[in-house]
Design a protein around this ligand. Sequence first.
Ligand SMILES: [Zn+2]
Length: 105
Amino acid sequence: MMEENRPYELGEPPDLLAPPHLLAQVFDLLIGQWHPDSVEQHEMGLHLFTCSYCRVALITLLCVAEEADRQTGASDEQAHALRERWSALHRHLEQQQVQKEVKES
Ligand SMILES: [Zn+2]
């Protein structure tokens, strides 16, 4: 049946600039305007672990940062490593979510 093969549905996208989402902070972090302390880093990590919208936003911004570094000749190793790490984690978490939904259906 078609419905059984359909990936889980995304609802209406949330406003990523409004709490608890972190798009504004992620952007400020990547441009060096925000320097989170250890508590803020921990809270950010917790949210990114559970919110695929903010994870995708982070990965997208890291892609942009990587490309911008490449075009200006700056070292893109840090953005590249971060993007690889978050992309792998995102794939892993999305897979877990799909498996969970298959089990529940
Ligand atoms: Zn979020």
